[in-house]
Design a protein around this ligand. Structure first.
Ligand SMILES: [Zn+2]
Length: 257
């Protein structure tokens, strides 16, 4: 077997790998920049997920398994781990740990890709008023006009990737807030005609972009990514409000048509 050379990782690749895990070891909750007597220090190493030069037994263990990139020094085959987890991961090599880390890395690659399309999707400033309204209004959930709706629509549109718990949350959001959000949109339309339509199109466009990039058509991942995007776009004002708005647009068919 030919020997692969270890390549020096560029500063930018290292920054990207560090940012990808949010500065926390993906295998345990260790923070990757440590503090020793007031001095910051690097508490991580960059691990090859598939070993750069597998020993005969490692080669055997990982035979026929997925490799994230043919170039073993490619950023997709690298991940930041704390020193302890890196050592445990390499010694001894096990199939279970390998598959586990491959799965984690694939999620990280997907999340990075989702972020890269944020830049293409705008949303009108009026959305801030809906976020603010949901976050700060005192709603009376006992009133008559809470939506009495047929949950079948959601059930028919969602696939098995949406867990029961998530489905329940979407149902609840629609039941409690659908009418409120709808009338708020109407109010915005009287002030600025076309607001609802523009925002609906923007939501739909971002959904389609995510769907296009999600090869597995995993609705749960798309649902989470929609909320994450809307929350970021609205300066992290209220994650819960973003969840309610995304649920609203599922019922309204912009998402999961
Ligand atoms: Zn760790």
């Amino acid at each position: 077997m030919k020997e692969n050379n270890r390549k020096k990782i560029s500063r930018y690749d290292e920054l990207q790998l560090f940012a990808e895990v949010d500065g926390v070891c993906p295998n345990c909750p260790t923070i990757l920049i440590g503090d020793k007597v007031g001095k910051k220090r690097k508490d991580y190493e960059i691990a090859h997920i598939y070993p750069l030069n597998p020993k005969a037994d490692e080669f055997e263990i990982l035979k026929n398994q997925e490799i994230l990139n043919e170039d073993l020094n490619h950023i997709h085959n690298l991940i930041c781990l704390c020193l302890k987890c890196h050592n445990e991961f390499d010694n001894p090599r096990t199939l279970e740990e390998y598959l586990n880390l491959v799965k984690k890395k694939k999620d990280l690659i997907r999340l990075t890709k989702e972020k890269s399309i944020w830049i293409n999707s705008n949303i009108e400033n009026e959305i801030f008023q809906i976020i603010d309204f949901l976050a700060n209004e005192d709603f009376d959930f006992n009133q008559e006009d809470i939506l009495n709706y047929n949950p079948k629509t959601i059930d028919e549109k969602t696939n098995s990737t949406i867990t029961k718990l998530v489905k329940r949350k979407i149902h609840k959001n629609i039941q409690d807030y659908f009418n409120q959000v709808k009338s708020k949109f109407r109010e915005l339309d009287t002030l600025q005609p076309g607001t609802t339509e523009t925002i609906s199109i923007q939501i739909k466009q971002h959904y389609l972009l995510l769907k296009k990039h999600n090869s597995e058509k995993n609705q749960k991942e798309i649902f989470d990514a929609m909320i994450e995007w809307l929350n970021k776009r609205t300066n992290n004002q209220s994650y819960e409000s973003s969840e309610i708005i995304i649920s609203y647009f599922i019922q309204n068919c912009e998402i999961f048509e």
